[in-house]
Write a protein that binds this ligand. Structure first.
Ligand SMILES: [Zn+2]
Length: 324
């Protein structure tokens, strides 16, 4: 049993207290920084916990409070969602393969079914100069009108559909992934969703990566960012074993548990989210993120996106309020 701690206390028992308080629902108060210093925010959380558990709400974590706290069941958000493959290192080699297949498909496009995709002139090339043939039944297609309309409900007019293709390819374990590469004198984005008619939420998630590409000075940065975030989570998760051996029991340790590049704390601004967090926030309907995204003009550079793509961001799934 940890020692009795109260306002002003410091040390490992306070850190344990803060960590446990972060792991049990529900709280109206923001998560605590587990820094081992018992300040006003920790005091408020202790009092809240005591009141909810029929204890004397004096803010002093003594034996009775510890008993209840240590016996409280953690609520860990399960991920029953798809996780796209962009955060996996393998995605980077997958990107090269998709590019090869894209080039091959252009050469092999059957003549009778050719449809011409004429690029917008906003990239700087004369209209039509970068037009290329695209079979309607080919392996890389433009989004359908229905898909574009679905996309517009989230992205408004911020996506340049003339550079976006969908394929029925998928990555490891059948997971979706989005790649960008240079084709002739412009950058194209390809969402690989395993099929040509993905669910709306998968479509919205992958299009978030397209958005990250189209509104950045380096249109390939989103791929590196997603990988960096997962690598960061992996490192922290490996170290977490020493303070919480139970994490070893979780099926998603060490890649996605307890820290995950896909998990995020709701309510933050777009610039606070890493590549996968932002994509999750988009398809889950985070208001601030969606409002920001809609407000960016087609093909315009977005400084907040540039900031976000510099982050090595991940969140602790054991914390109350975290979404994955
Ligand atoms: Zn993703």
């Amino acid at each position: 049993m940890p020692q009795t701690v109260s306002f002003g206390s410091q040390g490992p028992d306070v850190k344990t207290l803060q960590t446990k308080l972060n792991q049990i629902p529900p709280s109206q108060l923001p998560p605590l920084v587990a820094n081992g210093i018992f300040g006003h925010k920790t005091l408020a959380r202790v009092k809240e916990f005591q009141a909810k558990n029929s204890l004397v709400a004096d803010g002093v974590a003594g034996p009775k409070t510890w008993d209840k706290l240590l016996a409280s069941k953690q609520i860990i958000p399960a991920h029953n969602e798809f996780l796209c493959e962009n955060a996996d290192k393998e995605n980077l080699s997958g990107a090269a393969l998709v590019q090869q297949q894209f080039n091959a498909a252009k050469v092999q496009a059957p003549k009778p079914k050719i449809k011409f995709g004429v690029r917008s002139s906003s990239i700087g090339a004369p209209a039509g100069a970068t037009a290329f043939s695209l079979a309607e039944s080919g392996p890389f297609r433009f989004l359908t009108e229905t898909q574009k309309n679905t996309a517009k409900t989230v992205y408004g007019n911020s996506l340049d559909f003339s550079r976006i293709f969908i394929s029925n390819k998928s990555g490891l374990g059948g997971r979706a992934f989005t790649v960008a590469f240079k084709d002739s004198n412009e950058v194209v984005q390809i969402i690989n969703c395993g099929k040509f008619d993905p669910s709306d939420r998968l479509l919205i998630h992958e299009l978030a990566h397209v958005w990250q590409s189209q509104h950045h000075s380096d249109p390939f940065q989103f791929m590196k960012s997603a990988v960096d975030c997962q690598a960061g989570a992996l490192t922290v998760n490996a170290a977490e074993v020493f303070s919480d051996p139970d994490v070893l029991l979780h099926s998603e340790h060490p890649v996605n548990f307890p820290f995950s590049a896909y998990a995020y704390l709701p309510g933050l601004s777009l610039a606070s989210y890493g590549a996968e967090q932002m994509a999750q926030a988009c398809h889950k309907g985070e208001a601030a993120v969606r409002a920001h995204i809609k407000g960016v003009a087609m093909n315009a550079l977005d400084p907040d996106n540039v900031k976000a793509m510099k982050l090595t961001a991940f969140a602790d799934r054991r914390m109350t309020g975290i979404v994955i």
